[in-house]
Design a protein around this ligand. Structure first.
Ligand code: SF4
Length: 100
């Protein structure tokens, strides 16, 4: 294979992978996703199941969780617990941990 063609193919593959991860990253976590259900993810932290998830405390929400990758003021931000899918700034799940 000619070097230029090889570089072209490699860069095309890299661009494709970047687009795929961008598309995945922009999807929102559905409360009904199996992982979301098992971790008790809710779009609105006030609806968290405090009976089932004893670690929940009022005031916790995605926007002040260590995992949250959205910028302050963003309504949605990526969460690595869900493979980079978007979670609501006002959401919550039992993987919440205090932002340092
Ligand atoms: Fe929200 Fe944190 Fe749970 Fe991610 S880990 S969904 S940011 S509470």
């Amino acid at each position: 294979m000619m070097p230029n063609r090889r570089v072209f193919l490699l860069s095309t593959a890299a661009a494709g992978a970047a687009l795929t991860s961008l598309a995945r990253a922009q999807a929102r976590v559905d409360e009904k996703d199996p992982l979301a259900q098992s971790l008790g993810y809710v779009l609105d932290a006030s609806k968290a199941d405090a009976q089932k998830f004893k670690n929940f405390a009022a005031g916790q929400h995605c926007g002040n969780c260590a995992q949250y990758q959205g910028k302050p003021g963003d309504a949605w931000g990526p969460c690595p617990v869900y493979g980079g899918k978007l979670v609501s700034d006002q959401g919550w799940c039992s993987a919440w941990s205090k932002k340092a």
